[in-house]
Design a protein around this ligand. Structure first.
Ligand SMILES: *Cc1c(COP(=O)(O)O)cnc(C)c1O
Length: 449
């Protein structure tokens, strides 16, 4: 029985479940997608909230430029570049046997400080918390130069407070590094699948790492419990945090400016497709919210999940969101894709984005590794497995037979003028030996095909 209903009844009601349970790669195009002007209101956050987050990141820029020299070149703004992928574009065009338009990569894999998409939301939330505390204590004014936070006095102040988070790795890295740098006592509760190098890196930054033999949900629960027992402890709630979400959302307007600077046109006649790897949902959800604010109905967002962890697809498709975990259906939540090994989705994101996300699809680990090796061979880009989940999205859109393109007015002419953007969510900090192992696995799979 699952939520009081036998499995057979679930399967009869939702035939897609058969695909998920069999761990087959599958795609589902959302029949409930609605115009942005209407559906953005579902989120409960506004363009003004995103502008507020952007302004906060600008206030902190002088501090970040000072304490993280790798951000000095961008004036303390944590942002990644977008690059075209001509070779991969040619390969996918061949595979699609159709015009696909242009293929681009958003390199959050190379974001400074923590080398993943988590350098957006995770760092933003800790900065927001630090600002709130310092403002309330009268130690900081909004018009001050925030570089003043880099002082022994401020670190001593923050050391009276704790920051805790549960993580499969990358969120922990972002939260841990920025928290420790500000002076907070930081604790990261890590799930069993977290990589050793991430734990080592955090400990080297002075972060307390607590390890669990179980998966992400347990690590999160422990972190939450620690924080509840201590009023001076701030728990970063990956599943529900609006601050994390807003930190990610800032990416939308910045991408609009980057594409405009690269002379990439995005409008109804030139649609933009963005493929976002999804774990609990905050990262892709926040980014998609920002994209919808920036591009309106011209942008089409799709979420990509591992075949072994399709939690968001399961939650949105059934409308039961965080009430369901993939394990309820015997799906094991085991994948090499760090950050995507999440069995239960964020109910906040699933509901907020129910009418904003065009589609969801699953990708096998083997496919992620194949694309990992192909990306390195053709474009020289080294990414971690999760970051490749977006790559087959183009083929899913072009191969769909669910009436999606017709419903959305995506004619062959418009598709031929489309821009497809794969959001590369991590990779630049993976140690060489680990990356060599990823590449070897991917190359072996390529030879086998
Ligand atoms: C966390 C993460 C994601 C997905 O973000 P969620 O907020 O968990 O959905 C994707 N890729 C990588 C590499 C990540 O670390």
């Amino acid at each position: 029985m699952i939520l009081g209903q036998p499995l057979a009844q679930w399967r009869a009601q939702y035939p897609l479940l058969d695909e998920l349970i069999a761990l087959r790669e599958t795609s589902w195009f959302n029949p409930a997608v609605a115009p942005a002007a209407e559906a953005l209101a579902d989120v409960g956050l506004s363009a003004a909230d995103v502008a507020d987050a952007r302004a906060r990141l600008e206030r902190f820029a002088p501090y970040l430029a000072r304490v993280f020299p790798q951000t000095a070149a961008s004036g303390g703004i944590i942002e990644s570049d977008v690059v075209p992928l001509p070779q991969m574009q040619a390969l996918l065009r061949e595979e699609a046997d159709d015009e696909i338009g242009a293929l681009w990569l958003k390199r959050d894999s190379h974001l400074p400080i923590s080398g993943s998409i988590k350098a957006r939301g995770g760092i933003y939330e800790v900065l927001k918390h630090a600002e709130d505390l310092a403002l309330a204590a009268g130690l900081l004014g909004r018009d001050d130069d925030y570089a003043c936070l880099d002082s022994d006095a401020m670190r001593a102040f923050f050391s009276g407070y704790q920051v805790a988070v549960g993580s499969t790795g990358n969120l922990g890295l972002s939260i841990g590094i920025i928290s420790a740098r500000l002076g907070f006592q930081a604790t990261v509760h890590m799930s069993a699948d977290a990589r050793q190098w991430k734990k080592d890196k955090l400990r080297a930054h002075g972060v307390t790492v607590v390890e669990y033999a179980s998966d992400y949900s347990v690590a999160v629960e422990q972190g939450r419990r620690q924080a509840e027992a201590d009023p001076r402890c701030h728990f970063v709630d990956d599943e529900n945090s609006r601050h994390l979400f807003l930190g990610y959302a800032v990416a939308g307007e910045r991408l609009r400016q980057q594409l405009a600077a690269a002379n990439v046109v995005v409008d109804a006649e030139h649609p933009l497709f963005v493929y976002l790897p999804c774990g609990v949902g905050g990262g892709p959800g926040g980014v998609a919210f920002g994209l919808k604010l920036a591009f309106g109905d011209a942008v089409h967002c799709l979420f990509a999940e591992p075949t072994h962890s399709p939690c968001m697809l399961l939650g949105v498709h059934t409308g039961r969101h965080e009430e369901l975990a993939v394990q309820d259906f015997g799906i094991d939540n085991r994948t090499a894709a760090d950050g995507l090994a999440v069995g239960r989705p964020s109910g906040f994101v699933g509901r907020a984005m129910q009418r904003l996300i065009d589609g969801y699809y699953t990708v096998s680990d083997e496919q992620m590794f194949r694309y990992l090796a192909l990306m390195e061979q053709t474009e020289g880009q080294r990414l971690e497995p999760s970051a490749l989940a977006g790559m087959p999205g183009v083929l899913r859109v072009l191969g769909e037979r669910q009436g999606y393109r017709q419903r959305m007015g995506l004619t062959p002419q418009r598709m031929a003028r489309a821009t497809h953007l794969v959001w590369a969510t991590g990779g630049s900090m993976v140690p060489q030996a680990e990356m060599d192992g990823y590449l070897a696995r991917g190359r072996k799979l390529l030879q086998g095909t």
